[in-house]
Design a protein around this ligand. Structure first.
Ligand code: TTP
Length: 189
C-alpha cells in the first residue's frame, strides 16, 4: 500500500515516520476559512478531509493508495484560533489563553478507495499566566507564526504549559495512538 501524507508540515512528517517506514508527502492547499455556525470539531474534520481528498482525487490509480490529511486548531470559549497573522493577533490569542485551560483539536482523515475514516482528538492544555512583554519576546523567536493558537508545546512555548490532559502528539499535529489504530483497522499496517 502506498501512503501519502497530505501535508507540508515537518512535524506531521516526523510523527508519521514513527508509525510507518515509507510514505510520500504532498502539500494540499485548501481554503481554511470557518463556515458560518460551524462547530470547532466540524471545522477541523472538514479541513482534514479536504486536505486528504485534494490529494486522493488527483491519484491516477487509487486502488493501492491511502492518503492521510490532518488539521489542528486551538479553541478557547468557542473561539477558533488558527495561525496568528501578526503580533497583535498573537498577543490577543496568547492573552486569552493566559492563566486558563483551552482545548487543542486535531482531526485526521484517512482515505482509501473503499473507505474514509475521520477522527478528532481533543486535548486540554493549561497555561501559566503570561504578560505582554513575555509574548512580545516569544513573537521575536519566530516560533508562534506557523502554529495554531500561536504557540508550540514542543518548543519554547512548552514553558507556557502548566499541565496537559490528553495526547501530546495530537497537540503537535498528528495523534499517533489513534492514527495507528485506524491504519490497523484499514489493514494499512
Ligand atoms: C498548538 C500547537 C500547534 N502546532 C502546529 C500543528 C500544525 O502544524 C499547526 C496548525 O496548522 P495546520 O493548518 O493544522 O497545519 P499546517 O499548515 O502546519 O500543515 P498542513 O495543513 O499542510 O498539514 O500548528 C504545533 O506544532 N505545536 C503546538 O503546540
Amino acid at each position: 500500500m502506498k501512503i501519502i501524507l497530505a501535508s507540508q508540515s515537518p512535524r506531521r512528517k516526523e510523527l508519521l515516520g514513527h508509525i510507518v517506514a515509507h510514505f510520500e508527502q504532498q502539500s494540499a492547499d485548501i481554503d481554511e476559512s470557518v463556515l458560518p455556525d460551524e462547530s470547532p470539531q466540524a471545522y477541523v474534520e472538514r479541513l482534514a478531509q479536504q486536505k486528504a481528498a485534494a490529494i486522493f482525487n488527483k491519484i491516477v490509480s487509487p486502488q493501492n493508495t491511502v492518503v492521510i490529511g490532518s488539521d489542528t486548531t486551538v479553541v478557547k470559549d468557542g473561539r477558533i484560533m488558527g495561525k496568528p497573522e501578526d503580533l497583535a493577533d498573537c498577543q490577543s490569542m496568547l492573552m486569552s489563553l493566559s492563566g486558563t485551560t483551552h482545548q487543542v483539536l486535531t482531526a485526521f482523515s484517512v482515505i482509501t478507495k473503499a473507505k474514509t475514516v475521520t477522527k478528532t482528538v481533543i486535548t486540554d492544555v493549561e497555561f501559566v499566566t503570561l504578560n505582554e512583554s513575555k509574548i512580545n519576546k516569544y513573537w521575536q523567536t519566530n516560533e508562534p507564526q506557523d502554529k495554531a493558537g500561536a504557540y508550540a508545546i514542543q518548543g519554547i512555548g512548552g514553558k507556557f504549559v502548566k499541565s496537559i490532559n490528553g495526547s501530546v502528539s495530537a497537540v503537535v499535529g498528528l495523534p499517533m495512538a489513534e492514527l495507528e489504530a485506524v491504519l490497523e483497522e484499514l489493514d494499512v499496517l
